[in-house]
Design a binder for this molecule. Structure first.
Ligand code: HEM
Length: 545
């Protein structure tokens, strides 16, 4: 209309009609315009979010670094790895720091009082962990680690009954069977020079233990590494924890990752292997339910739970264990059994949670002892003395009398905690020392940074088991050591892992010693996976005592 009223030269009109015909009607161009518009809108959205981020922590009275558009501060974590990043950021901003992982605000703290409040005293305000929708697909969607509120309490209360001292004691004979296989292997290895890759051997052992104690399967991974069970296990493990470009999608575009994952367009877990375990475990559950077989392992304990435990006893046990969490109340009618699906999910979770963490701890203990023969000798003396009292019997009772063993294992876990962080999500708005945490925000303890804080542990990179003797322990708060977390949501497998580690170490050190060899790294550097894995394999030597 306007164009028609104006006196426009003919050349211009010709140009305009050519332009309409050749360019605007062209499909490719329209797509380009559409794409460009969307990109501008997305960019504007990022800009808006970024402007919000710039003032976010000021309003909450929490110090922290300035975020970048899109990545927030995650680019630094990706470059430096969680461990180094966390040490640096705490050094620069103090014991409470707020930063952004993409668009997600995360508060990090090494303030012990704050840790105690969140994990124990005010646990009710921080019951759940951070979850990613893309990871909650069957059968991993019932993992205890990601369950929330009442559903978590229910599963945790029932599963706790499978980890009592009595149950652990009875499961310890399965651990000893696996230790015997390990020892035979070490005997052969010693005849061939004794040099070994700690990860390969110890992860074979922990896989055998967890499959035996979880569902009564003897895997013999050390001697039969090609077994189908082991192959599937390795598949799951490689995929679930490997550094992966999908993880970037998970952090930067969580909604897109969830959309693709729910439709099976990307996989965070290898579904074929999960299906293998699903069929396998369901078969075991059916056989046990039909009384075709029985055994004192995790599945059996959970199945027998209903007839063995009154609900009141479970609650009392749990409250006794976590008495400091005063506000933590069992305010619901919890159900008394787990469904097959819930048992299946926990069984797979135990494979994942108990396999690498425990193997890695054994690797680091072996390394620390090989590098520190004086401490190794002291530990061997304790083992000899205690075993003499028990007629040479390595058992749940005898290893529990070894206090120096506890110091060695704890000091290794302090120096190399397998989980470098833990987290909780605020159920409601919360305030600590004038600093505000908004409902839904992620609160996290950088375990690695806490364990390497020179104000808490002088010369933090030195391996010195006496830091954990009774006298020195009294000088620190218990919450300065968080390798297994704390409070009602701490590691449910802690006592199981510790007894497994101590039984094997006792057997090894009663006959062998670890030694440093040419291939042993002088210094351990960890990768940035968040699981404190060494960058290069830890090779040591074993020698008969
Ligand atoms: C040295 C070995 C292990 C280490 C260092 C370790 C460490 C941890 C840590 C740091 C947490 C988080 C705790 C928190 O948020 O407060 C955790 C949770 C958990 N761990 Fe372990 N863990 C180990 C072995 C095991 C084993 C052997 C199992 C199972 C048999 C297991 C099962 C679990 C489960 C199920 C949770 C989640 C508990 C819940 O949400 O209620 N862990 N572990």
């Amino acid at each position: 209309m306007i164009l028609s009223k104006l006196q426009i030269p003919e050349e211009v009109m010709d140009f305009w009609s050519d332009f309409q015909k050749n360019v605007l009607s062209n499909k490719g161009y329209s797509t380009l315009v559409l794409g460009g518009t969307i990109s501008v809108l997305v960019l504007l959205n990022f800009l808006k979010n970024w402007l919000k981020q710039l003032s976010f922590y000021k309003k909450l009275n929490i110090p922290g670094p300035t975020p970048w558009p899109l990545t927030g501060n995650l680019h630094k974590v990706m470059k430096e790895g969680f461990a180094e990043h966390d040490i640096e950021i705490m050094k620069k901003y103090g014991r409470v720091v707020g930063y952004f992982e993409g668009s997600t605000p995360v508060v990090l703290t090494t303030d012990i009082k704050f840790i105690k409040n969140v994990m124990i005293k005010d646990f009710n305000c921080f019951v759940n962990r951070r979850t990613f929708d893309s990871l909650t697909v069957e059968p991993t969607d019932k993992f205890m680690t990601i369950l929330k509120d009442e559903e978590w309490k229910n599963v945790r209360a029932i599963v706790t009954t499978a980890f009592t001292s009595g149950k652990l004691k009875s499961m310890s004979k399965h651990i000893n069977e696996c230790s015997d296989i390990f020892e035979n292997h070490l005997e052969k290895l010693t005849d061939q020079g004794g040099i070994f890759d700690t990860k390969k051997l110890f992860s074979g052992f922990t896989l055998d233990v967890i499959s035996s104690c979880c569902f009564g399967v003897s895997t013999n991974s050390i001697n039969e590494p090609e077994n189908e069970f082991i192959q599937h296990m390795h598949q799951i493990f490689r995929n679930s924890v490997r550094a992966d470009p999908k993880i970037i999608l998970l952090f930067f575009f969580p909604k897109l990752a969830a959309f693709l994952s729910k439709r099976g367009l990307i996989e965070f877990f290898p579904m074929k292997s999960l299906k293998f375990f699903e069929n396998f475990i369901n078969l075991i559950i059916e056989r046990r339910k039909n009384k075709l077989e029985t055994r004192d392992d995790f599945i059996q304990n959970v199945l027998d739970h209903e007839k063995n435990n009154s609900f009141e006893t479970i609650i009392k046990d749990f409250e006794n264990q976590h008495g400091e969490s005063k506000l933590y109340k069992w305010n619901t009618e919890l159900k008394k059994t787990l469904t097959n699906k819930e048992i299946l999910s926990q069984s797979i979770l135990f494979l994942l949670a108990g396999y690498e963490t425990t193997a890695q701890t054994l690797c680091y203990v072996a390394y620390n002892l090989a590098m520190n023969p004086v401490y190794q000798q002291k530990l061997c003396q304790e083992i000899d003395t205690v075993l003499e009292r028990h007629d040479g019997k390595i058992s749940y009772d005898s290893v529990n009398e070894m206090s120096y063993m506890d110091n060695v294992v704890d000091e290794s876990l302090r120096l190399f905690p397998p989980a470098v962080r833990l987290d909780r999500v605020a159920n409601e708005d919360y305030e600590y020392n004038g600093m505000k945490i908004k409902k839904g925000m992620v609160w996290s303890v950088p375990i690695w940074a806490l364990h390497h804080d020179p104000e808490i542990y002088p010369n933090p990179y030195e391996f010195r088991p006496d830091r954990f003797n009774d006298q020195e322990k009294k000088t620190r708060d218990n919450l300065a050591f968080l390798a297994f977390g704390a409070g009602p949501r701490n590691c449910i497998g802690m006592r199981f892992a510790l007894i497994e580690i101590k039984l094997l170490l006792t057997l090894i050190l009663s006959k062998f010693n670890f030694e440093k060899c040419d291939q042993t790294p002088e210094k351990i550097e960890i990768d940035n996976s968040g699981f404190a894995r060494p960058k290069i394999p830890i090779i040591v030597k074993v020698k008969r005592r």
